[in-house]
Design a protein around this ligand. Structure first.
Ligand code: GDP
Ligand code: MG
Length: 166
């Protein structure tokens, strides 16, 4: 199996830390799926039976100002081209305006969206549940995966879950 995954989320949630942990050194794209210039490859993970291409989706990261209709449409179209969207959030911070902006862009996309709650090493399990609920109220996520990109806790489980969607 092979497929494309977009990691989205506001700054400092741990997107780069996650990529650094999972992405192999060898960048060789052998995927048979079409690739567009809109998507920038950030890293490739190759295992015995799967290949995952992590890509950057411009237009939905740091909204410094209100995006025009064209930009919103472009970001939405890009999200349609991937197999899975990983929406990464901070376990130790409540949902904020930046998160809600991204969730708005996700409405009416058919691409499955994973809620990836990063930095679980920083929170008590009871508080984690409250955080998760604040997100699931806003969107119907295909999967909910709490993990720590820093210490690797549950990262392997996320990778296994991703392959089910490719
Ligand atoms: P990005 O802006 O989304 O790419 O976030 P970074 O990967 O640059 O991470 C922002 C900060 O959060 C850095 O100081 C990371 O070391 C820290 N960080 C990332 N993941 C974790 C985690 O799972 N646990 C903890 N405690 N810190 C993390
Ligand atoms: Mg980064």
């Amino acid at each position: 199996t092979s497929g494309f995954i977009s990691i989205i989320g506001r700054p400092n949630v741990g997107k780069s830390t996650f990529l650094n942990r999972v992405v192999g050194q060898k960048i060789a794209i052998m995927s048979d799926k079409p690739q567009t210039t809109r998507n920038k490859v950030q890293g490739v993970v190759t295992t015995d039976n799967s290949q995952m291409v992590f890509i950057d989706t411009p237009g939905i990261h740091k909204p410094k100002h209100k995006l025009g209709d064209f930009m919103v449409k472009s970001a939405r179209n890009t999200l349609k081209e991937v197999d899975v969207i990983m929406f990464m959030v901070n376990a130790n911070e409540p949902i904020g305006g930046g998160d809600k902006f991204i969730i708005d862009l996700l409405q009416n996309t058919e691409t499955p969206v994973f809620l990836v709650i990063n930095k679980i090493d920083l929170v008590h399990p009871d508080d984690l549940l409250t955080t998760i609920t604040s997100y699931t109220k806003e969107y119907d996520f295909a999967e909910i995966v709490p993990l720590s990109a820093l210490n690797g806790n549950n990262v392997e489980r996320l990778m296994e879950t991703l392959t089910k969607y490719l």
